[in-house]
Every structure is written in structure tokens, then in C-alpha cells.
Design a protein around this ligand. Structure first.
Ligand code: SAT
Ligand code: MN
Length: 584
């Protein structure tokens, strides 16, 4: 085998993987256009990709996954630390030795007859001191072309890896896609990921959830920063001033839509800029401000529901240079999905003639992969090595009732409790029942690579270090009336709530003190040009003390399941809110 890197540790690892998996060829990815074209042509030949209508969707392709491989598999995702307590009750755990043995048996000979791709990648701007490196080895060309859009792959990343010597090792094989032989395993102490038996995004594009959240959250705790499941946006007012906000919502709760928000007619001169739609890495700077970078360079977004009205930026950007996974097709060979509002399905996501009796035409978790630069609202500051200063952190979830449209935490420690209390109705982004409320602290339940109790302590530790931290808020776009109708119009109108948040950060807006935190006063949210009744606004901003007492009791019980490791400060915050609710 020819030597292909000057870094002995990397070469030794690649050699050992090749010995185990026995590929026919080994290809080191340089990330070039020519390489990408070659891989796409090869996948067109094998049927892994289908070309879409080149007139209306130039450079766009459809990939159909195996029907049993359409979402993350949390029940097969493990964090393998030496001590079980370090993984915590929030993770499935396996002892590292046992996990390696189990998964290596599945890698044995897994790449026979296939090409093994070695993908050096950089999470974050290539010159950023906050960026981190990784190498993914995979036998899937689909993974290579997706990683190329989602991260920064190739020669520059390899150079930095060789310079620094440290990188996350990610080994992936699609195996035979047998759900019985599928595992996603993380070894944070070894900076290693092993994933077998799935080709789906979150399971196979190892730079994303596996590295940038699970492994990175562990590294961040050790090194004093934060790896979070947050979008990053810039909100520009008519004076040209920009505030940056980071928002943590669970998967498929509208992070991509919010990150690409278009100001409504009523808001001339306002703009939202996208820095990221899924992951933020936050570091404290010399002044004590939190700065955010987006470690990714592309979007892996939910397709259904995307249209001219809900997200025009996304709708426009996915009309070129996009890989679609598991959408339907029109008779004109254009991609189609539920709520696209144009065209009609002819062939469903499984390639069958469309028949409404078979369910939705596009899979509810069908996805687009596209480079961030195609977004008309893309902020070039996404390339800034030191990222952007964050004014507000916003938590949210999908809650039919209870949670008001927006409220603000009293201070950082209370904000950590608000984050720890996040709950949301489940979506199609993960395998399992959809629509049941589950606790999802900081929207990190599936992604925190260590014990939540330690994670909350890490969050609280920032409060001791700086007085210039972002303010913390909670939003809920999904509140419904008794008939199941959404009370808030959402989408572009969410800008009105973001404005209230910015005004609070700038200390130019009052608030009323409700037991759970600060809520907008009547008139606090600008409703000009919006047809919404006072009754509806009252309902959206109501706090029902008895329901909240029940909620906080449930939060208390949930936190208790993490036992002795739960920081006393978090329990004290919880006790404070309960007391305030009892007095309310
Ligand atoms: O896990 S993915 O990144 O594939 C999708 C999601 O759940 O956000
Ligand atoms: Mn996500």
C-alpha cells in the first residue's frame, strides 16, 4: 500500500481498518470537483442516485434509501465510556471492550468488493482556532458526496490534521442494512466513532451528530466550551444593526425554517441572516462573551412542508446542486413532497407508482443536502474564524399546550433550568412513535455524549465565569387551541418574537414577572399588520399555575432520575420556581 499521509497514526489506523474490512480499493478523498463528478457518475451508473430534471433542478439527484433505513436509530446508538456513570442515564451504554468486539465483528470483511473512502474533514472554518478535525472512513460514495457539502473535506483538512496530529476517527460501513446488525457507537475517551448497518444521515455522516455533538460535547466539557444542537442566526434591523441568536430546538421542530426566516411585509428593512441551522460550538472570548461558530458547511434539512411561503430561501436553494433523499417524483422527473404546493406525485419515495392508499408520497423524514452557500440568506460571517458574539440563547419545543409563546429566564442559572426542562412532541427524525411528549434537555437528549447531570453542571459553570453571557429565553410556536388549530401564525411572523428578545437584551423593553420567568407585557410584541385577536394573544401568553405546578413536578422527577450527580444549584433553581408558582 502506498503511503498517503505523513501522519503515522492516521496511516496506521487506515491500514488496520483496511485489514479488517478488506476493501477492493482505497481512495483518499481530496474534495475536488472532479472527484465529486466521478463519484456522482458512478452512483448514477449503479442506481444509487437518479438524476432529476436538469432544466428545473440542475445538478440535483434523488437517493432512495432502504425502506428500513430512514431515520436515526436511538435504540441502537451507544456511548461507550469506561465508567457507565460517565455516559449517564440519558445514553445507552456498553463497555468499550465489549462494544469494540461486537461492532468489529460486523466490520470483518464488510468492505469486500467495495471501495473504501478516506475522508479528511474539518468541522468549522478551516482557519478557525475553534474548528476540530476528523477522518471518516466509509464504503459509501453517498456519504462522501454528502460529507463534501456538509463539512469541509479534502486536502486542506488533511494538511491541518497532519500539522496538529489530533483528529476524531470515524469508521462507517453500510454493511448489509440489516436492522439487526446496525450499531452507532461512540468512544469519547478514544475520540472514536464506529457506525455500521445504516446509510442514513445522522447515522452515517459522522461529522454531524456523532462528531459535532456527541464527541464534541465531551471534548467541550474537558476544554471549557460548548457543543450544542442550535441554529445560529443574525437579525438585522432597519438601522443595519445585527444581533446574533442561537436557538436549540429538537430535530424537525423548525430550526432550518427559523434560521432562514424572511421578514413579513409589515417589517420593511428587517433581515435575518443564516449562520447555521443545526449545530453551534460556543466559546467564551477574552471579554467574557460567548462566540459561536457553525461547525458545518451545509444543510441536511427536512423536505416536506418546504414551500414558497414556509421557507422561500430553502425552497429556492434546493432548486440546484442538491441531493434529495426519499422524496417522491413528478411525471416531469422533478422532486415532490407533501406541502410543496406545486406539481403532483407520480412515483413515491420507494419508487412505486404513487397511490394515496400507501401513505405520504415523500417520506416524512425525507431530506435535502445542500451547501450552505446556496442559501440566499447565507451570512459570510459563517466563515469568520472567531464566529459571532451571541446576544440570546433560545430554547424551544413542540408543545400543544402549557408553554407560552415566549418567556425569559431570570438569569443564567434559571436559564439552565429552562433548558434542562425542554420537552417536545416526538417527530419523524427518529425511529419510534411520533407526537408523544418527551423530555429533551437543551434539545440534546439524543446527542449529549455524557451524563446530563455533568452537562448541566458544565452549563452552570459558565455563569460563574462571566457577567456578559447571553440572556436565555424559551419559545413555543406550536401552541394549539382546543380544536387543534395553531394559535400563532409562525414562520416569518416569528420575527416579532425575535424582536422582543433582542429588545430585552438591549434593555429597552419591559416585561411582566410571571412565576416561570419574564413574559411580554400587553403590547410588548409588535403586532402591527397582523390579524390576531387580543384573546388569542392572551391565550398564547397565559401561564396556568396549576398546569405549571404539575409540569415542574414532572421536571423535578425527571431531574431526580440523574441522582447524586445533579448539581445542587439546579435543584435550588427548581425549588425557587416551584415556590414562586405556589405563591402565584
Ligand atoms: O440526525 S440527522 O442529522 O440526520 C437529522 C436530525 O435528527 O436532525
Ligand atoms: Mn438536528
Amino acid at each position: 500500500m502506498t503511503m498517503t499521509t505523513s501522519l503515522a497514526a492516521l496511516q496506521a489506523w487506515v491500514d488496520s481498518v483496511a485489514k479488517l474490512t478488506q476493501p477492493e480499493n482505497i481512495h483518499w478523498c481530496n474534495g475536488s470537483d472532479a472527484e465529486n463528478k466521478r463519484l456522482i457518475n458512478e452512483m448514477l451508473r449503479t442506481g444509487d442516485l437518479l438524476e432529476l430534471n436538469p432544466k428545473t433542478y440542475p445538478n440535483c439527484y434523488l437517493h432512495r434509501s432502504h425502506p428500513s433505513d430512514v431515520a436515526r436509530v436511538e435504540h441502537l446508538t451507544f456511548v461507550c465510556t469506561r465508567e457507565q456513570g460517565d455516559a449517564g442515564p440519558n445514553n445507552l451504554w456498553m463497555a468499550p471492550d465489549e462494544a469494540h468486539a461486537k461492532i468489529d465483528a460486523l466490520f470483518d470483511g464488510a468492505m469486500q468488493g467495495r471501495t473504501m473512502y478516506v475522508i479528511p474533514y474539518c468541522m468549522g472554518p478551516i482557519e478557525s482556532p475553534y474548528a476540530r478535525l476528523g477522518v471518516e472512513i466509509t464504503d459509501s460514495p453517498y456519504v462522501v458526496v454528502n460529507m463534501r457539502m456538509m463539512t469541509r473535506i479534502g486536502t486542506d483538512a488533511l494538511k491541518r490534521i497532519e500539522r496538529e496530529g489530533t483528529f476524531v476517527k470515524g469508521l462507517h460501513s453500510t454493511g448489509d442494512l440489516d436492522p439487526e446488525k446496525r450499531f452507532i457507537m461512540h468512544f469519547p475517551e478514544e475520540l472514536t466513532i464506529k457506525s455500521v448497518g445504516s446509510g442514513y444521515g445522522g447515522n452515517a455522516l459522522l461529522g454531524k451528530k456523532c462528531h459535532a455533538l456527541r464527541i464534541a460535547s465531551w471534548q467541550a466539557r474537558d476544554e471549557g466550551w460548548m457543543a450544542e444542537h442550535m441554529l445560529i442566526l443574525g437579525i438585522e434591523n432597519p438601522l443595519g444593526e445585527v444581533h446574533y441568536i442561537a436557538c436549540a430546538f429538537p430535530s424537525a421542530c423548525g430550526k432550518t425554517n427559523l434560521a432562514m426566516l424572511i421578514a413579513p411585509e409589515s417589517h420593511k428593512g428587517w433581515r435575518v441572516w443564516t449562520l447555521g441551522d443545526d449545530i453551534a460550538w460556543l466559546h467564551m472570548d477574552e471579554d467574557g462573551k460567548l462566540r459561536a461558530i457553525n461547525p458545518e458547511a451545509g444543510y441536511f434539512g427536512v423536505v416536506p412542508g418546504t414551500n414558497e411561503k414556509t421557507n422561500k430561501n430553502a425552497f429556492d436553494m434546493i432548486h440546484g446542486d442538491t441531493i434529495f433523499t426519499n422524496v417522491a417524483l413528478t411525471a416531469d422527473n422533478e422532486p415532490w413532497w407533501e406541502d410543496k404546493k406545486v406539481g403532483a406525485p407520480a412515483v413515491d419515495w420507494m419508487g412505486r407508482k404513487y397511490d394515496a392508499a400507501n401513505g405520504p408520497a415523500a417520506h416524512p423524514n425525507s431530506r435535502f443536502t445542500v451547501a450552505a452557500k446556496r442559501n440566499p440568506a447565507y451570512s459570510t460571517l459563517a466563515e469568520a474564524p472567531r464566529g459571532v458574539p451571541i446576544s440570546a440563547i433560545v430554547f424551544g419545543g413542540r408543545r400543544r399546550e402549557l408553554a407560552p409563546l415566549v418567556y425569559e429566564a431570570r438569569d443564567w442559572n434559571h436559564g439552565v433550568l429552562v433548558g434542562a426542562s425542554v420537552a417536545s412532541e416526538t417527530t419523524a427524525a427518529a425511529t419510534g412513535e411520533v407526537g408523544v411528549v418527551r423530555r429533551d434537555p437543551m434539545a440534546m437528549k439524543p446527542f449529549c455524549g455524557y451524563n446530563f447531570a455533568d452537562y448541566w453542571a458544565h452549563w452552570l459553570s459558565f455563569g460563574e465565569q462571566s457577567k456578559l453571557l447571553p440572556r436565555i429565553f424559551h419559545v413555543n410556536w406550536f401552541r394549539q387551541d382546543a380544536a387543534g388549530k395553531f394559535l400563532w401564525p409562525g414562520f416569518g411572523e416569528n420575527l416579532r418574537v425575535l424582536r422582543w428578545i433582542v429588545d430585552r437584551c438591549e434593555e429597552r423593553m419591559g416585561a411582566r414577572d410571571a412565576a416561570i420567568g419574564y413574559l411580554p407585557e400587553p403590547g410588548g410584541i409588535d403586532l402591527s399588520g397582523l390579524d390576531i385577536s387580543t384573546d388569542t394573544m392572551d391565550a398564547l401568553l397565559s401561564v396556568d399555575p396549576s398546569k405549571w405546578q404539575a409540569e415542574m413536578a414532572a421536571v423535578g422527577e425527571y431531574i431526580e432520575t440523574f441522582g447524586d450527580r445533579v448539581p445542587a444549584k439546579l435543584k435550588a433553581e427548581h425549588a425557587k420556581i416551584l415556590k414562586a408558582l405556589n405563591g402565584a
